[in-house]
Design a protein around this ligand. Structure first.
Ligand code: SF4
Length: 224
């Protein structure tokens, strides 16, 4: 599996200081160059739109998704409840480093509770998060096959080793990707080179092929 996008939660009672803690974590991560998303969860049955605004009227009329676009920002409002997994799936379309969640106590997410602030070392919290993100950044560049050919049990362990500074090679990391029925097939360097050489040679002989950047070939065994 490709590394999961790091998610960190700040949960606790109402007015316990969750938002203050979330904003200070986001500020620190942003200062350190990480691309952060936040999720605010509330049990209240209301939306971000104020009654009577144009976008509120669009939603009220039945639009399933309302987009508010200004020169400063783009707000996409989905007029339906979404689970955390669904929200993370939507966010995965962006090249994010981490998602900070305020609320969602019932979800099994690593995090902190501001009511225990005396026991929390915020520097340590941010450092641990930065470490998780750095490992995730390494892991998302690996094939995510968890095949163990490199000697590590999975890509996560390999990413941790690279993070520690070990110079270790992924045995199937190559610029050739072979998928059969949606499953990525681990390719070590010899078959990867053979495939690449053969396909490149054939493609170069074709009229109209000027570049071999980002080539996708799909084979279908059905008779046409
Ligand atoms: S060889 Fe590559 S794909 Fe396989 S587990 Fe190691 S890092 Fe992951």
């Amino acid at each position: 599996m490709k590394g999961d996008l790091p998610v960190f939660a700040v949960t606790g009672k109402k007015d316990s200081g969750k938002t203050t803690m979330v904003t200070s974590i986001i500020e620190e991560l942003t200062k350190n160059g990480y691309y952060t998303a936040s999720v605010k969860h509330t049990r209240g049955e209301y939306g971000i739109d104020k009654e009577g605004t144009d976008t509120w009227k669009h939603g009220k009329a039945g639009a399933a998704i309302v987009v508010f676009s200004t020169p400063m920002e783009t707000t996409i409002s989905i007029k339906a409840k979404k689970s955390l997994n669904e929200i993370l799936k939507i966010l995965s379309q962006f090249d994010l480093d981490v998602v900070i969640v305020e609320g969602m106590k019932e979800e099994d997410i690593p995090g902190i509770d501001p009511s225990k602030a005396d026991e929390i070392d915020m520097n340590e919290v941010v450092q641990n998060l930065c470490r998780r993100i750095d490992i995730y950044r390494i892991e998302r560049e690996l094939p995510g096959l968890d095949c163990g050919r490199c000697g590590y049990t999975n890509c996560d362990a390999m990413a941790e080793a690279r993070y520690r500074g070990e110079e270790v090679e992924c045995s199937v990391e190559s610029n050739v990707v072979l998928e059969i029925q949606g499953e990525r097939i681990p390719l070590s360097s010899f078959p990867a080179k053979m495939l690449k050489g053969g396909i490149e040679g054939m493609l170069r002989s074709l009229k109209g092929v000027e570049s071999l950047d980002d080539v996708i070939i799909k084979l279908n065994q059905e008779e046409r």
